[in-house]
Design a protein around this ligand. Structure first.
Ligand SMILES: *[C@@H]1O[C@H](CO)[C@@H](O)[C@H](O)[C@H]1NC(C)=O
Ligand SMILES: *[C@@H]1O[C@H](CO)[C@@H](O)[C@H](O)[C@H]1NC(C)=O
Ligand SMILES: *[C@@H]1O[C@H](CO)[C@@H](O)[C@H](O)[C@H]1NC(C)=O
Ligand SMILES: *[C@@H]1O[C@H](CO)[C@@H](O)[C@H](O)[C@H]1NC(C)=O
Ligand SMILES: *[C@@H]1O[C@H](CO)[C@@H](O)[C@H](O)[C@H]1NC(C)=O
Length: 357
C-alpha cells in the first residue's frame, strides 16, 4: 500500500468515526455535511425526532438529540429495569439475556434466530458494561438496560470475595426483580440458537421450566419432574434456559439461588459458574415449587446435539433451542456453529434488529 493510499484510508477512517468532527476540512467532509443538511435530509431528521419524541419520551428533552452522540447515548445511563421491562414486556413476557461486550456477536446470532420466530420485541438485553448498553440502544432503542453498579472487571475477578459472590448473584437478582414487577420471564444464554418457537413448549401453569444439561440420551417420553441427583449429589439442570411465571414458587427458587451463591465457597473447579447453586436451589425448593423439565428432544444440551449424529437424525424436526456448550472458547464455539450452519451472522445480518455490528 502506498503512503498516499494509507493516508487516504486513515482520513476516511477518521471521517467515519467522527462524522461531525469540527477539525476535518476535506472535500469528502464538505460533501457529507451538505448532504446531511439538504432539504430532504432535514425533513427526514425532523420526522425522526418527532417519532423518537413520541415513542421514546424517556430519552429526555428533545434538545438532547442535537447534542453530541455521547451526550444522547448517556441518557441510557438512567434507563431503569422497570422502565425497560414495561417497554419490552407489553404482552406480559420478557425474554432476557445478560451480555458483556465480547459476546455481542453471539447476541446478534441469537437475536436473528429469535427474530425468525417473531419474539424479538420481547427481548431485553441486560448489559454488563456501558459499551454494550450504548451499542445495543443506539441501534435498537430501549432494548438494553444496565442495572447499576456496572460490574467492573476488578470486582468480577476477585474470586472468593463477597464482591465476587455479589457479582455472580446478579442473574437471579435480575430475574427476581422482573418477576416482582409481574412479568413472565425467559432467560437465555446467548450461545444458543432457536430453531423453532419455544413458547408452545411452556405449557401448563408450572412455576419454573428448565432443561437438563446431561448428554445421555433419554426416552422421548421422559418424565417432566426434576431428575434424580447425579454423581455429585445434585442434578445437572442448565442455568442457560429458564422460564418463570411470576408466582410465589418461582420467586422462592430465585431467592434460594441467590442464597446458595452467597453460602457456596468458591473453588477452582466451580469458578464463576452459577449452575451448581441453581441446582441446589431446585433441590431445596422442590417440595414446595412446581418444577417442569422440558423435553430433551426439543432442548438438547450441546454435549448431545453436537456429538451424537445418530440421535440428531432420530429426533429430526423436534429440535427447538440448541445450546453451544460442552466446548470452551469463543473461536471454537463460532467454528462449531459454522460447521452446523448455525452461525447466522455470516449471511443473515439483515434479519437482526442490530444489523451488522
Ligand atoms: C458531549 O456531551 C456530554 C454529555 O452531555 C458532555 O459532557 C460533553 O462535554 C460533550 N462533548 C462535546 C465534544 O461537546
Ligand atoms: C402481543 O400480542 C399481540 C396479539 O397477540 C401481537 O399482535 C403482538 O405482536 C404481540 N407483541 C409482542 C411484543 O410480542
Ligand atoms: C455484597 O452484598 C451485600 C448484600 O447485598 C452487601 O452488604 C455488601 O456490601 C456487598 N459487598 C461487596 C464487596 O460488594
Ligand atoms: C436433594 O439432594 C439430596 C442430596 O443429594 C438428595 O438426597 C435428594 O434426593 C435431593 N432432592 C430432590 C428433590 O432431588
Ligand atoms: C447416540 O444416540 C443413539 C440414538 O439415540 C443412542 O442409542 C446412543 O446411545 C447415543 N450415543 C451416546 C454415546 O450417547
Amino acid at each position: 500500500m502506498s503512503l498516499h493510499q494509507r493516508q487516504q484510508q486513515q482520513q476516511q477512517h477518521l471521517i467515519d468515526s467522527y462524522p461531525i468532527s469540527p477539525h476535518s476540512t476535506t472535500d469528502v467532509h464538505h460533501q457529507r455535511a451538505s448532504t446531511i443538511f439538504s432539504r430532504t435530509g432535514l425533513l427526514v431528521l425532523l420526522s425522526l425526532i418527532l417519532i423518537l419524541g413520541v415513542f421514546f419520551p424517556w430519552i429526555g428533552p428533545m434538545d438532547s438529540l442535537f447534542s453530541n452522540r455521547t451526550g444522547s447515548l448517556a441518557k441510557w445511563r438512567s434507563y431503569t429495569l422497570p422502565q425497560a421491562a414495561a417497554f419490552v414486556g407489553k404482552n406480559g413476557t420478557v425474554i432476557v439475556c445478560a451480555v458483556s461486550e465480547p459476546y455481542i456477536p453471539f447476541l446478534n446470532n441469537w437475536l436473528i434466530s429469535v427474530a425468525r420466530q417473531k419474539h424479538q420485541d420481547k427481548v431485553l438485553v441486560i448489559a454488563e458494561d456501558y459499551a454494550t448498553l450504548y451499542k445495543v440502544n443506539e441501534r435498537w432503542p430501549g432494548h438494553a438496560v444496565l442495572v447499576p453498579p456496572a460490574p467492573d472487571t476488578q470486582t468480577a475477578h476477585k474470586f472468593g470475595s463477597q464482591g465476587f459472590f455479589n457479582f455472580t448473584s446478579r442473574r437471579p437478582r435480575h430475574l427476581l426483580q422482573i418477576l416482582e414487577l409481574g412479568y413472565n420471564v425467559m432467560y437465555n444464554d446467548v450461545d444458543m440458537v432457536w430453531l423453532a418457537d419455544p413458547f408452545p413448549y411452556l405449557e401448563g401453569n408450572h412455576d419454573v421450566y428448565f432443561t437438563d444439561d446431561m448428554a445421555a440420551v433419554k426416552p422421548l417420553n421422559h418424565p417432566h419432574d426434576l431428575p434424580p441427583p447425579g454423581k455429585k449429589g445434585r442434578t445437572y439442570i442448565c442455568s442457560c434456559m429458564i422460564f418463570l411465571h411470576p408466582t410465589v414458587g418461582a420467586k422462592a427458587v430465585m431467592k434460594k439461588w441467590i442464597e446458595e451463591l452467597q453460602v457456596q465457597p468458591w473453588s477452582k473447579t466451580s469458578k464463576s459458574n452459577d449452575q451448581p447453586a441453581f441446582n441446589w436451589a431446585l433441590n431445596k425448593t422442590a417440595g414446595q415449587v412446581d418444577l417442569y423439565l422440558l423435553p430433551q428432544a426439543a432442548f438438547p444440551s450441546g454435549g448431545l446435539y453436537f456429538k451424537n449424529e445418530t440421535w440428531v437424525q432420530e429426533t429430526k424436526g423436534k429440535h427447538v433451542i440448541i445450546h453451544n456448550n460442552y466446548i470452551i472458547g469463543f473461536e471454537k464455539k463460532i467454528k462449531r456453529f459454522r460447521e452446523f450452519g448455525l452461525w447466522l451472522v455470516d449471511d443473515h445480518n439483515d434479519e437482526s434488529p442490530l444489523g451488522r455490528i
